[in-house]
Write a protein that binds this ligand. Structure first.
Ligand SMILES: [Zn+2]
Length: 290
């Protein structure tokens, strides 16, 4: 990759340019940590074309996508039940909808399904299996109507997004007044503890599973994510810790499964202070368009 393809950006959560270097791995890319909100993000980051090719392969319909869907199902059902407390019918748009499994958590007679999916083969799979209108591509390539959706979700997807603030503004525009936008992210402290150092070596037999020139371009802190919601017009209604589904992976040792279960159960059904969510495996932040 030539240097001319790299892109230098400010913090995607709060737009600050004040950072400390957080991770170097011998490439021209790196992760930095925002001094203002604690979000970790790639800058310089890999070119969009190389990241897009990776996303297209990663999410294409096939064994990898099917396994990922199975692992995620429990967490998706859990999140769907939370969302139904806010809204029990209407138009649901899921951005980055994988194989459409989130739709299976909702009643087809009460909801109309819409999705945005980057992989053409995954998008086609959803069209064949769900009564859903699916756009193949990215949110910024759509031309959706104003005040159109009751609920928009972006689950386990926001770390791939190039310009999160622009997407949040677009989602604000297409939501009906009173509509909800739910974002699922890994807890930042949990993710960093899990992804580097001893714990990563014990689980994966490698010292880090992070890679600065990958498609993972931002790891939001709960504080940074909240800022992104409020600066784009949303009111944050709730932030809810979510247990991680990865405990069900069949290739894990029993000790790992037991330890994970104990850890994850700490966070089940809890709605904690925003900083505590950083230690949860995942958290769901729900914003409302006033
Ligand atoms: Zn920031």
């Amino acid at each position: 990759m030539s240097n001319s393809e790299l892109e230098i950006v400010n913090c995607p959560a709060c737009d600050s340019s004040d950072y400390s270097v957080w991770m170097l791995d011998g490439k021209d890319t790196r992760y930095v940590k925002c001094k203002s909100c604690g979000t970790i993000y790639a800058s310089p980051r890999a070119s969009w074309s190389s990241r897009y090719n990776w996303l297209d392969q990663e999410f294409a319909y096939g064994d990898n996508a099917i396994e990922n869907a199975l692992i995620r199902q429990e967490g998706l059902s859990y999140e769907a039940e939370i969302i139904k407390r806010y809204s029990n019918s209407g138009k649901l748009l899921d951005i980055g909808c994988d194989l459409g499994d989130f739709f299976s958590c909702f009643n087809q007679s009460e909801w109309k399904f819409f999705g945005i999916e980057v992989s053409p083969s995954a998008a086609e799979y959803i069209r064949q299996h769900y009564p859903a209108e699916i756009f193949t591509g990215l949110l910024n390539q759509t031309s959706l109507k104003d005040n159109n959706f009751d609920v928009v979700t972006m689950l386990d997807t926001l770390f791939y997004v190039d310009y999160p603030k622009a997407d949040f503004k677009e989602i604000f525009r297409i939501l009906k007044p009173g509509g909800y936008f739910a974002v699922e992210m890994p807890g930042l402290n949990y993710q960093m503890l899990r992804s580097r150092g001893l714990l990563c070596w014990l689980i994966d037999r490698q010292w880090t599973r992070l890679c600065t020139d990958s498609s993972y371009i931002c790891w939001f802190s709960p504080k940074g994510l909240k800022k992104l919601f409020t600066t784009t017009g949303f009111v944050v209604d709730q932030t809810i810790s979510i247990p991680s589904p990865s405990v069900s992976r069949s290739n894990r040792s029993n000790i790992y499964k037991l330890a994970s279960k104990i850890y994850y159960n700490q966070f089940k059904s809890s709605s904690k202070h925003v900083n505590a969510n950083s230690w949860a495996p995942r958290y769901l932040m729900i914003g409302r368009k006033p």
